[in-house]
Design a protein around this ligand. Structure first.
Ligand SMILES: *[C@@H]1O[C@H](CO)[C@@H](O)[C@H](O)[C@H]1NC(C)=O
Ligand SMILES: *[C@@H]1O[C@H](CO)[C@@H](O)[C@H](O)[C@H]1NC(C)=O
Ligand SMILES: *[C@@H]1O[C@H](CO)[C@@H](O)[C@H](O)[C@H]1NC(C)=O
Ligand SMILES: *[C@@H]1O[C@H](CO)[C@@H](O)[C@H](O)[C@H]1NC(C)=O
Ligand SMILES: *[C@@H]1O[C@H](CO)[C@@H](O)[C@H](O)[C@H]1NC(C)=O
Ligand SMILES: *[C@@H]1O[C@H](CO)[C@@H](O)[C@H](O)[C@H]1NC(C)=O
Ligand SMILES: *[C@@H]1O[C@H](CO)[C@@H](O)[C@H](O)[C@H]1NC(C)=O
Ligand SMILES: *[C@@H]1O[C@H](CO)[C@@H](O)[C@H](O)[C@H]1NC(C)=O
Ligand SMILES: *[C@@H]1O[C@H](CO)[C@@H](O)[C@H](O)[C@H]1NC(C)=O
Ligand SMILES: *[C@@H]1O[C@H](CO)[C@@H](O)[C@H](O)[C@H]1NC(C)=O
Ligand SMILES: *[C@@H]1O[C@H](CO)[C@@H](O)[C@H](O)[C@H]1NC(C)=O
Length: 556
């Protein structure tokens, strides 16, 4: 075991105008790979094939999400490269052109010393050189993140000359000092010509708003405190402008992740639609809205750099702190997966008011053959069932959607009217299932109770949500299953649920059924094989090497 302390003052910096005195060190701990991506094995039976998961070891929150000017999406993530549990936090890094096919990149952010961790944060592009870091380029990237020690958490920045592949810590860090060890997760956006940061005073249940002209000097602007569900801590806030469906208007959404103490246990994200005037956020009402109704969706982050007239784009950590460090994927050498990339916008769902829609970002890059193309039952699934064996799909992943129309008012629908679906393993008999009741309170449930690969008191079986039947007499569902993760989107993304599950054998038969439907109801189901995004990056031995042309840091 050896560790090295690398002074960040190198020849590469000299001549670029950066300060050459007092530049902070970068610490590369024992066993922490640097300068090259980590080789990975994405073939394990629990490894999702069209989702991002880390090459090895432990991942949590998405960090620093941004879209660069060349159309490359960057996701960094909380990463412990040396164990399959949290600790030793760095920023891992991956890039994609379509948010499904990812290239692993070298670790992007390291701590300054052995006693410090790099915690969550965000990244922005600074084309106008407001930071002064960028003498001759319009693609400078600045990362804003928390450094954590036993005694305090402070906000820090690092800058990148090469589109976010390598970063140089700012010599005058921290940019926001503190005496608190519960002050973290800065997320920065631009409001007119001012940078705005939201950051959590976690255990005081306060989201602090700060403003800056140069990303270096920050001024306190306001506090947003004790709103919504508190849990036992606030974490990972986001402030994001997003369009209102079918209008030219926009509104802001403030998200707050809480952990532990969510209604279903552990961690969850809530959000507040509202207005922001540059210093103060005002929610539309006093309601707490939950971003995802199941247990595995936390710390979602919006990508910086997406045009404000388009839906926002986000990605979340698809796990729960109650059991994430125990799940059986460690047998394959990794733990945790990101959610599908999502598009988000606001819409008014009548009686409930404002709702943040969450739908998969364009899935076409991973959609394979339609398995229902000539299936008459799928075209009209009224009071019957259909089963599709997808064991021939090497990905063991599937996307389906269904639309139901012609429904009468809910009071006219019998309690026995259901849409149900199941993913079954013919080998072990395990299954994941869900269903929607068209009558009554219109509940939807999803259940992982019949999967057997993981047992934990907090790995609760089922999640459910009550919907309001659309007065137009329609209902829709989309589902994406990918080996050990299932995501479901109801009524065009008005509600979404993220569910991890750990079977002992692959689930490979999809079935759907309806029964008790009222006269006039119509049902159409479509099912596609999902193509593996990782398989095409594997070498002859099944190894994914990531960006093999990646440079070591310029300053080593
Ligand atoms: C990849 O991981 C799977 C699951 O852990 C394992 O069965 C397989 O042997 C591994 N492949 C290599 C080349 O190590
Ligand atoms: C960027 O800012 C630095 C510091 O203010 C300055 O030296 C440099 O000329 C600026 N570059 C551009 C292109 O504005
Ligand atoms: C904002 O909240 C922080 C954390 O609780 C607190 O220290 C600070 O005094 C508050 N500022 C104002 C103006 O309320
Ligand atoms: C923003 O809202 C706050 C609180 O309502 C108010 O005090 C402040 O003056 C507003 N700022 C602007 C620029 O309107
Ligand atoms: C949403 O739409 C309903 C019905 O049109 C309307 O009554 C309500 O005021 C709207 N809510 C909001 C928050 O705009
Ligand atoms: C189902 O998915 C396909 C492919 O993305 C899409 O074209 C279609 O509009 C979707 N239908 C519904 C009802 O969501
Ligand atoms: C709903 O049921 C009521 C009787 O309870 C009946 O009068 C009405 O016609 C029904 N409407 C539809 C659309 O089926
Ligand atoms: C759907 O599932 C529910 C709950 O398990 C069950 O009561 C109902 O009979 C099922 N209906 C159909 C058509 O499969
Ligand atoms: C579906 O089955 C129910 C009885 O379970 C029946 O009342 C209804 O008419 C059937 N729907 C259609 C559209 O045939
Ligand atoms: C695959 O493994 C074999 C046997 O270990 C080795 O000789 C070969 O070089 C490996 N291929 C690659 C592309 O690494
Ligand atoms: C690989 O990394 C280098 C920077 O080290 C970057 O310029 C290049 O675009 C990356 N290529 C891919 C395919 O990610």
């Amino acid at each position: 075991m050896k560790s090295s302390r690398v002074a960040a003052v190198g020849t590469a910096l000299v001549g670029l105008g950066a300060a050459d005195a007092g530049t902070p060190a970068v610490y590369i701990g024992p066993g922490v790979p640097s300068g090259t991506p980590i080789a990975a094995n994405y073939t394990g039976p629990l490894r999702p094939q069209a989702h991002y998961s880390p090459p090895t070891a432990f991942m949590n929150d998405p960090n620093g999400c941004f879209l660069d000017a060349s159309g490359t999406w960057h996701v960094y993530y909380q990463y412990n490269p040396t164990d399959v549990v949290a600790g030793n936090q760095h920023w891992g890094h991956a890039t994609s052109k379509d948010l499904y096919h990812w290239d692993n990149q070298p670790i992007a952010l390291f701590p300054p010393d052995a006693d410090t961790n790099v915690f969550s944060g965000s990244a922005v592009i600074d084309p106008e050189n407001t930071s002064g870091f960028f003498p001759s380029q319009d693609n400078g990237v600045v990362a804003i993140y928390t450094l954590n020690t036993d005694t305090k958490q402070t906000q820090n920045i690092a800058y990148s000359y090469d589109d976010g592949y390598t970063f140089i810590p700012y010599e005058n860090n921290p940019v926001i000092d503190s005496e608190s060890n519960q002050f973290r997760d800065p997320k920065v956006i631009k409001y007119e010509d001012t940078w705005v940061m939201v950051v959590a005073f976690s255990q005081e249940f306060v989201i602090g708003f700060y403003t800056s002209k140069d990303l270096k000097t920050w001024e306190f602007a306001s506090n947003f405190s004790h709103h919504g569900l508190l849990g036992t801590q606030y974490e990972c806030p986001n402030l994001q402008k997003m369009p209102i469906k079918d209008t030219d208007e926009t509104k802001y959404v403030l998200t707050i992740s809480i952990n532990p103490g969510a209604p279903l246990g552990g961690s969850i994200m809530e959000y507040f639609p509202g207005d922001f005037n540059g210093t103060h956020f005002t929610p539309v009402d006093n309601a707490a809205r939950i971003a995802d109704f199941a247990k595995d969706n936390y710390a979602g982050q919006f990508f910086y750099g997406v045009p404000e007239t388009e839906p926002a784009v986000s990605i979340a950590w698809a796990s729960n702190w109650q059991y994430t460090q125990n799940v059986p994927t460690a047998d394959e050498g990794w733990r945790s997966v990101m959610s599908l990339p999502r598009i988000n916008y606001l819409t008014n769902i009548t009686r409930l008011g404002w709702d943040m829609v969450s739908l998969p970002y364009d899935v076409s890059p991973v959609l394979g053959d339609e398995l229902t193309a000539s299936n008459a039952d799928a075209a009209s699934l009224v009071n019957k069932s259909l089963a599709i064996d997808f064991s021939s799909a090497a990905s063991n992943a599937l996307y389906f959607n269904a639309s139901v129309s012609g429904l009468p008012p809910v009071k006219n629908i019998s309690a026995s009217a259901w849409f149900n679906f199941t993913f079954l393993s013919p080998v072990s008999g395990e299954s994941l299932s869900g269903g929607y009741q068209f009558g009554g309170d219109n509940p939807f449930f999803v259940s992982r109770e019949r999967t057997r690969g993981f047992d934990n008191p907090f790995f609760t079986d089922k999640a459910s949500i009550s919907q309001l039947l659309d007065p137009a007499g329609t209902w829709s569902i989309a589902g994406f299953i990918d080996r050990s993760i299932f995501e479901v989107f109801l009524d065009g993304g008005i509600f979404s649920g993220t569910v991890t599950f750990f079977p002992t054998a692959p689930l490979s038969i999809f079935s759907a059924a309806t029964g008790g439907l009222p006269e006039g109801a119509q049902v159409q189901v479509k099912v596609w094989e999902v193509k593996s995004a990782w398989a095409e990056k594997e070498d002859e031995n099944g190894t994914v090497r990531g960006n093999v042309t990646a440079n070591a840091w310029p300053w080593v």
